[in-house]
Design a protein around this ligand. Structure first.
Ligand SMILES: C[S@@+](CC[C@H](N)C(=O)[O-])C[C@H]1O[C@@H](n2cnc3c(N)ncnc32)[C@H](O)[C@@H]1O
Length: 312
């Protein structure tokens, strides 16, 4: 049984039902996420873009950190729009590095391998298509050079705070003392600003969530009726958790690869978390997972931070 099917059957057998947001990104999901990033309400991309376009030199100097040669590994690279500014700057500084974009979406990895060397002359790209940690392992097998690991876009926010700690410890276990990581954290701010970003007026976030049901229909022989599910986003300022749900609007039965799942009216599927942090919480996370925070890069509104940690 393929991994996607196995996880979907398992996750929908839980109470409450869940689906894993890492499966949002098929070809259509990739496109919808691009649309979300272009929405006026979706601020995280613009904030981080500001950091990558206006602090590029400083970022490149901090990440090069005197290493003669290194691998720049990006976890969940997507289309690498932001990181390509850094790649260009590092090339101009004549840094000797290989860019290793990790992504579970094969479309994205292939796209980066095909297009980046044309856009940035001389750039060495070694795409790694698969799960984060399988691919970090592979990066270590391919090369034993110093590692600089990027995790942008608040991807870490797609883990609960407890899982994020575990995630950072795991990243640390693949690295050596002195290696660097740069992690993007979306910061706590006005709750309305946050909720609006995950509830865009054009409905791309809704479609992005519903697309996973569509993907299950297409790839796993499902028969979800998208009309019978409603997207429900929430933000809780007390915990910093921004969560999205799909709520069944009626009693219904859904078949997936011959297995039946009952939904009661108003029963929900928990789809995704986008956790928000304070700067102090990120520093505490560094301390408790084997890193020390060495530098923070903020946008001018202080809504987002790209923080650089060193392995201790
Ligand atoms: C929200 S996008 C962010 C893309 C980019 N880093 C940015 O900031 O614009 C998340 C990316 O991570 C990838 N991804 C999500 N979960 C993953 C996993 N478990 N292993 C590898 N890639 C994953 C997705 O395919 C997607 O391209």
């Amino acid at each position: 049984m393929n991994q996607f099917l196995k996880e979907v059957l398992n996750d929908l057998s839980h109470s409450p039902k869940t689906l894993n947001s890492k499966y949002f990104y098929d070809g259509k999901g990739d496109k919808l996420f691009q649309e979300i990033m272009d929405c006026p309400e979706y601020y995280p991309t613009n904030c981080e873009m500001e950091i990558f376009t206006e602090r590029t030199r400083d970022l490149a100097i901090t990440l090069k950190n005197g290493f003669n040669t290194f691998d720049l590994v990006e976890m969940g690279a997507g289309d690498a729009t932001k990181s390509s500014y850094l790649l260009k700057e590092l090339m101009e500084m004549k840094a000797d590095f290989t860019y290793m974009p990790i992504d579970i979406s094969s479309t994205m990895v292939k796209h980066l391998e095909d297009t980046l060397p044309l856009k940035i002359e001389g750039l060495k790209v070694e795409g790694l298509n698969g799960e984060y940690f399988d691919m970090l392992e592979k990066a270590n097998q391919i090369s034993s050079r110093k590692k600089v690991v990027l995790m942008l876009g608040g991807n870490i926010g797609n883990e609960t705070p407890e899982n994020a700690l575990e995630f950072c410890r795991k990243i640390r276990s693949y690295l050596q003392e002195g290696d660097l990581v740069l992690i993007g954290f979306d910061l706590k701010k006005n709750p309305r600003t946050i909720l609006a970003a995950y509830n865009d007026a054009a409905g791309f976030t809704r479609d992005f969530n519903l697309n996973l049901l569509n993907r299950i229909n297409n790839e796993l022989g499902g028969n979800f009726d998208m009309e019978q599910f409603e997207h429900y986003p929430t933000y809780d300022p007390a915990t910093g958790a921004c969560k999205s749900y799909l709520v069944s609007t009626t009693d219904q039965k859904v078949q997936i690869s011959g297995e039946a799942f009952e939904f009661k009216e108003n029963e929900f599927i928990y789809m995704e978390i986008s956790q928000k942090y304070s700067v102090e919480e990120t520093e505490e996370m560094a301390r408790s997972t084997g890193f020390k925070a060495v530098k923070h890069f903020f946008d001018h509104k202080n809504w987002f931070v790209d923080t650089v940690w060193q392995c201790v």
